[in-house]
Design a protein around this ligand. Structure first.
Ligand SMILES: Nc1nc2c(c(=O)[nH]1)N[C@H]1C(S)=C(S)[C@@H](COP(=O)(O)OP(=O)(O)OC[C@H]3O[C@@H](n4cnc5c(=O)[nH]c(N)nc54)[C@H](O)[C@@H]3O)O[C@H]1N2
Ligand SMILES: Nc1nc2c(c(=O)[nH]1)N[C@H]1C(S)=C(S)[C@@H](COP(=O)(O)OP(=O)(O)OC[C@H]3O[C@@H](n4cnc5c(=O)[nH]c(N)nc54)[C@H](O)[C@@H]3O)O[C@H]1N2
Ligand code: SF4
Ligand SMILES: [Mo]
Length: 828
């Protein structure tokens, strides 16, 4: 059972709903803060505005509370609905002021949930591709009949590995997808498992897995108590935080600086986060490993290593000390593009501030040395006494589903990697997955275990992965493809069947991923705001929409497992059996009795009740009557605050040694390539990096009018010096090219970039034939990933290199063709 923890009775932090002092200028898209600072696009509190058919001050006849499923910040929303002859309608979406976790914060994307719900392009029924390539709506029963007809036969003929699965970012915001996808994968028994993790955070999960023993033991900055935050390769002002669930980063950063704290940002661009910081260092893209090794050297060299309380829990300190000798700042500085003094000073600042944290994110992960970076960030925090300490990096303790709260505490099996390899490139499996950038070659390359069928779940790799043009061609060659997706988009257009989810407003939710990465511990339930669509197939809906995605996944699982799937009774029986076997594993003789006591109807709600009750704050099925249960969490409309983060080492550790592994072998092995890189002279090519925008979310929210309005956002940012060199002016169309292809994009001059660096946002390029995204197609933008090399990876984690890619820049001919993927593959 779980360690018994007190239910925290701490008062929630003071609410600071700031919507009253912010106005939105609809014309310019600028948000003005009445205290004087103006920040284009970083508009925080967003009124719903008349342009989405609702009024900011509107009150509905019902008020609902639901967390926003669109980014990691997980803001609590207050959603007003009114009843009408056509059913209830959303009239206002605001930040929920009484939410103990997000305290009234929201961004414009939260408001766009109404647009998403009402989007005429959002699919409400399964779609089947006809012989002429067009899609027509079909019934759910017909859709599953087709799966039944095609999928088992294909597996029988070609084997389990012939079916690949790929799961994308939104799945982590959907309890139904996240909790029922593993069952489908187990039933398939395929080694071809891919996800957006290898375009994102896999290096961090691998580093943390190796150091602390579990993939999701990722520490987050304790900003409210910190006096120094060094941010490396992250832009939380715009992204709203990642692997750090921190709604209203802006407000928290401001409060921290107001009480004398400092923020230092290290990023090739002077980002929105850097503009609101005390210092900015424009690192050379890909230079982080050199910076971090130089800082490591300084800590040992200047006697600044003081791990404090953690000293007795460390393994490998001597190994670190020995390797650090090789990286004096003077040796590595030019490769990170910063002065040796800067490296030394950063190390001194980190070591010399009692409450400080170093935090790295996407910019540090999606590069050649992503795993080394992710490891070194934690190493530096540990050596300076800032890990697991207030004001430093701390480990959340989630109320449900956190593996680091389960089983024996303080020791475990650690993580295993490389149990299998991909067939073509021999890339090792990490966390059960292969690199998403290997998918195209696995489909294209003939032989045993060639991928012939694919199930994509909330994933749009044609836009989100490197060289989506090649992937798109490969997908056309599949015998069978199913996409679980609300849109007929760049990826799902290749599917034979598209199975759509309900809209988030029709779905209940409990966040099971980001509660493990949150700035403060909490438990919040979100009920469905709107009823299922009229005309949905009948079924015992309970709290779930009949098209709830756990149901879709369970039905696919049943088909693969050769079980009955075409009645709700059959699905219920399957789900009962799975729950029962879980209970038998953990509760032995008591399984039957517990089964009867679990609440929640069917689907993930029952698993949630079990997880909450047996979790660290749970009621232990009566052992701790004040503890959490599903019923208790549901009864708290604003959610339950579980207090600030508290130290968790050694309890959290699950390494075989029961210690923090400071020097895991895969890290030591990869240092040889760092040494090789230090031998190579630096090139003088322009380097392409990405960027995120407040009103955009990866590849899939450009069809929502409230976000799409206003100026074009897919611009190529160029430093004025670089633009002058090739004769480009602001607004002019530039050609960006390399051996992989070329793109045309309008130039936006920006002195915020490091000279020699250009920036394009990712997730654009909505002009591909066959997609049904009317709004997005009007301002399609270009897909920067067409210039990326799918074979360029961090070999340790399999994560793609998405940043720091060499490109050439020139002025485009005056009459330029629309930039499309047709350009890709035609070297300029
Ligand atoms: N508005 C909005 N919010 C989002 C998203 C979105 O698309 N739009 N996406 C969501 C997702 S999926 C994620 S994972 C998170 C990501 O959240 P963040 O990690 O905060 O994301 P980015 O804004 O991409 O920040 C990465 C930063 O790294 C910098 N960078 C690039 N190359 C390097 C380098 O070599 N070294 C260093 N030190 N820095 C570098 C970039 O300039 C950029 O400022 O955001 C989430 N939130
Ligand atoms: N160059 C470059 N490329 C990048 C990045 C970068 O910084 N630079 N960032 C990378 C990162 S961090 C990430 S996470 C990936 C994201 O990569 P993906 O996960 O492939 O991309 P998304 O744009 O998030 O698309 C998700 C898909 O889910 C669908 N979807 C939305 N809601 C639901 C739902 O409720 N159910 C289902 N079934 N589907 C849904 C959308 O329609 C869309 O097709 O992109 C990566 N690509
Ligand atoms: S910050 Fe993220 S979670 Fe909050 S409203 Fe915006 S998209 Fe939703
Ligand atoms: Mo991501």
């Amino acid at each position: 059972m779980q360690p018994v923890a007190d239910m925290t009775t701490a008062d929630p932090p003071p609410s600071h709903n700031r919507s009253h002092n912010i106005t939105n200028d609809v014309e310019t898209g600028m948000t003005t803060h009445t205290n004087g600072d103006t920040l284009a696009e970083a508009n925080v509190e967003a009124d719903i505005g008349t342009d989405v058919g609702a009024d900011a001050g509107a009150k509905g006849d019902r008020v609902h509370y639901r967390i926003c499923p669109l980014c990691e910040a997980c803001c609590g929303l207050e959603i007003h609905t009114v009843s009408s002859a056509q059913g209830p309608k959303v009239v206002a979406i605001r930040g929920a002021a009484q939410d103990p976790f997000s305290q009234g914060y929201l961004c414009p994307k939260g408001v766009a949930l109404k647009n998403l719900h009402e989007d005429p392009d959002r699919l409400r029924q399964p779609m089947r591709k006809q012989a002429d390539g067009r899609f027509t709506p079909i019934s759910w029963d017909d859709a599953f009949a087709e799966v039944q007809q095609r999928l088992p036969a294909l597996r029988e003929r070609h084997g389990a590995d012939a079916v690949a699965v790929s799961i994308g970012n939104p799945a982590s915001h959907k309890i139904g997808l996240f909790s029922y996808f593993p069952g489908l994968v187990r039933a398939l028994g395929t080694r071809n498992i891919f996800s957006a993790s290898t375009l994102d955070q896999m290096p961090k999960q691998l580093a943390c897995g190796l150091m602390y023993g579990h993939w999701l033991s990722v520490p987050v900055p304790d900003l409210p108590r910190s006096d120094l935050l060094i941010i490396l390769g992250a832009n939380p002002m715009v992204s709203n935080g990642s692997l750090w669930t921190v709604p209203d980063y802006r407000g928290k950063a401001k409060a921290m600086r107001a009480r004398g704290g400092r923020i230092i940002v290290i990023d090739p661009r002077r980002t929105e986060t850097a503009q609101a910081a005390d210092a900015h260092h424009a690192i050379r893209p890909g230079g982080d490993v050199f910076l971090l090794l130089g800082m490591l050297h300084t800590l040992f060299d200047e006697g600044l290593v003081k791990p404090g309380r953690l000293a007795e829990h460390l393994q490998g300190l001597e190994t670190l000390q020995a390797l650090a000798r090789d990286y004096p700042p003077e040796r590595v500085a030019s490769h990170c593009g910063l002065g040796a003094d800067t490296l030394r000073q950063l190390a001194r600042d980190l070591a010399g501030t009692e409450r400080a944290a170093l935090y790295g994110r996407v910019g540090t992960c999606t590069q050649r040395f992503g795993t080394l970076n992710s490891w070194l960030v934690d190493v530096l925090n540990i050596l300076t006494g800032h890990l697991d300490a207030p004001g430093g990096l701390m480990f959340p303790k989630a109320a449900a589903f956190a593996a680091n709260t389960m089983g024996r505490s303080g020791q475990g099996k650690g993580v295993t990697i490389g149990r299998r390899h991909s067939r073509v490139s021999r890339a090792p499996e990490i966390m059960g997955e292969l690199p998403l950038s290997c998918l195209a070659e696995e489909i294209e390359t003939p032989g045993d275990a060639q991928v012939r069928a694919l199930i994509t779940v909330a994933c749009n790799p044609v836009l989100s992965a490197p060289n989506g043009g090649r992937l798109a061609r490969a997908l056309e060659g599949l015998d069978f493809m199913i996409s679980l997706d609300p849109y007929l988009n760049e990826t799902s257009r290749h599917a034979h069947l598209i199975l759509p989810p309900p809209s988030p407003l029709q779905d209940w939710h409990y966040d099971l991923v980001f509660s493990q990465l949150s700035w403060r511990n909490h438990a919040r339930w979100s009920g469905p705001v709107l009823p299922p669509d009229e005309g949905d197939p009948a079924g015992p809906a309970g709290q779930d929409s009949p098209q709830a995605e756990w149901r879709t996944l369970l039905r696919l699982t049943a088909i693969v497992a050769g079980q009955p799937h075409d009645s709700d009774a059959a699905l219920q029986a399957l789900d009962d059996a799975a729950l029962m076997s879980e209970l038998r594993r953990n509760a032995g003789d008591q399984a039957e009795a517990l089964f009867e006591r679990i609440d929640g109807g069917a689907g993930p709600a029952r698993w949630l009740d079990l997880a909450l009750r047996s979790g660290p704050y749970g009621d232990g099925f009566g052992a701790r009557p004040d503890g959490l249960s599903l019923a208790r969490v549901k009864a708290a409309p604003h959610g339950i605050d579980l207090g600030e983060l508290t130290p968790r080492i050694p309890e959290l550790l699950r390494t075989a040694s029961g210690r923090i592994e400071l020097a895991p072998q895969p890290m030591l092995d990869d240092l040889a390539d760092v040494d090789a890189a230090l031998q190579r002279p630096l090139g003088d090519e322009l380097l392409l990096i990405g960027r995120r925008e407040t009103r955009s979310n990866n590849s899939w929210m450009h069809n929502l009018p409230v976000l799409a309005k206003g100026k074009a956002r897919c611009t190529l940012m160029v430093h004025p010096d670089d633009a002058a060199r090739v004769g480009l002016a602001d607004g002019q169309v530039a050609r960006l090219s390399n051996a992989r292809g070329s793109l045309l994009a309008p130039v936006e001059l920006s002195a915020d970039l490091r000279v020699g660096v250009v920036s394009l946002p990712h997730g654009w390029g909505h002009d591909l034939a066959g997609a049904q995204l009317q709004v997005a197609a009007r301002q399609p933008g270009v897909n920067m990933n067409l210039l990326l090399d799918e074979e360029s990876r961090d070999p340790v984690s399999g994560t793609s290199v998405l940043s720091g890619v060499p490109v050439r820049l020139s002025a485009a001919p005056a009459v330029a063709a629309t930039p499309t993927e047709r350009d890709a593959g035609s070297p300029a």
